[in-house]
Ligand binder design. Structure first.
Ligand SMILES: [Zn+2]
Length: 304
């Protein structure tokens, strides 16, 4: 069976193992609040991701120093079910998450557990692994996480807003609460934030391709060679932007370069002259070219 886009994004996120205790706890917290069931009687996590299934026992060991009561063979086909039913283990987990047994009907995001920036990202990674999915960008742009706890959805919304400046949409579905994003750039930012830059790039590339196809269709006498040159240059610039973002250097670039980068990111298929006109104040095409070259050069330095 081919791995879905969602599956490979999760596999990418799973390559990150939290080094700090605070992050291990925050990631498990995200998993618990977004998993299939987290009550005083039982914890149940169901996943199709082999990578997540491998990560899960290690995470729980690090965060709570305990093991699952029921866990699947990783060779088993289909969905994998992890369970904890031992009352003492559940009580210990509840306590580590800042809940008492009586709280379990109204679980919520304990902000002290996700106060640090590192822990916010870890929490959202856990939420995505346990209760999230992202649609193959060839089919459409959609990313969501869903929880059965309504307070949790509201609080996660605030968390995403604070840490990423993203305001997801909300919906109720089957008794649960869903937070979702439909804009390709935001999905891409979100995946990058979670530690899945390859999946993030996949979203942007799919979008670039779509926009270019539209462009080609609009212009009847287009010059194929020219278009593919534009595509190559744009792809190189987008890749450079990703590299600089990942290295935390993009925001440190000179304001003019940053403005150029933002424009390219928001308009992957625009020509140099179109981008040049978007600058504030507008600049010439060679000046735009110069700015984008600087970006690509800076990314090359990061890579070397
Ligand atoms: Zn942390």
């Amino acid at each position: 069976m081919a791995i879905s886009f969602s599956g490979s994004a999760k596999a990418e996120v799973c390559r990150i193992f939290p080094q700090r205790q605070c992050c291990a706890l925050a990631e498990c917290f995200g998993i618990l609040l977004y998993c299939n069931s987290f009550t005083a009687d039982s914890i149940k996590i169901i996943t199709e991701s082999r990578e997540f299934a491998q990560l899960l026992p290690k995470l729980f060991k690090k965060a709570f120093n305990l093991t699952f009561d029921l866990f699947p063979s990783l060779e088993a086909p289909g969905k994998l079910v992890f369970q904890i039913v031992d009352e003492e283990k559940i009580a210990a987990i509840m306590e580590s998450c800042g809940f008492s047994r009586e709280d379990t009907l109204a679980l919520h995001v304990n902000y002290p557990l996700v106060e640090e920036e590192c822990c916010k990202a870890a929490f959202l990674r856990g939420a995505f692994l346990a209760g999230g999915s992202v649609t193959d960008p060839e089919k459409g742009y959609h990313m969501e996480i869903s929880t059965t706890h309504s307070a949790v959805a509201r609080e996660t919304y605030l968390l995403m807003h604070d840490s990423m400046n993203i305001s997801p949409k909300t919906a109720s579905r089957g008794g649960g609460q869903v937070l979702y994003i439909k804009q390709s750039e935001l999905i891409s930012d979100y995946l990058t934030y979670l530690g899945a830059p390859v999946a993030a790039m996949g979203i942007m590339e799919a979008r670039l391709e779509k926009e270019l196809n539209n462009k080609v269709n609009r212009r009847c006498n287009c010059d194929d060679a020219n278009i593919s040159k534009v595509v190559e240059a744009a792809q190189e610039q987008l890749a450079a932007i990703r590299v600089l973002k990942e290295a935390g250097l993009l925001d440190k670039m000179p304001a003019k370069i940053l403005q150029a980068a933002k424009a390219r990111e928001a308009h992957p298929a625009s020509s140099l002259s179109e981008l040049a006109e978007m600058m504030d104040p507008p600049i010439t095409k060679p000046a735009m070219n110069h700015r984008l070259k600087k970006l690509v050069e800076a990314a090359k330095e990061v890579r070397s």
